[in-house]
Design a protein around this ligand. Structure first.
Ligand SMILES: [Zn+2]
Length: 89
């Protein structure tokens, strides 16, 4: 938005998304991890997205490897580390 650019605010990263770890300026979650109303998406939705992303990064990995890598990563994120599927990995 032109208004935001005109403000000349220095981009300072003060936090990271609690769901995916991406740097964000404010709030708890980035735009990718929330739905239209700003609510955090479900574990299943985020897991599927991260698995697809990881599979593109590491095409040679089996789906089992991908699943474990995604769960290991989600275990580092505040939004998911207490989730039963992460705990059970
Ligand atoms: Zn995020």
């Amino acid at each position: 938005m032109a208004h935001d650019l005109a403000e000349g605010k220095v981009m300072t990263t003060t936090s990271s998304c609690e769901s995916c770890g991406m740097p964000i300026e404010s709030g708890r979650y980035c735009g990718y991890c929330t739905d239209d109303s700003g609510a955090l998406q479900s574990f299943e939705e985020r897991f599927a997205r991260m698995a697809a992303w990881q599979a593109r990064r590491d095409p040679a990995a089996s789906s089992q490897d991908i699943e474990r890598q995604v769960l290991d990563y989600m275990a580092t994120l505040p939004a998911w580390r207490d989730h039963p599927k992460v705990q059970a990995r």
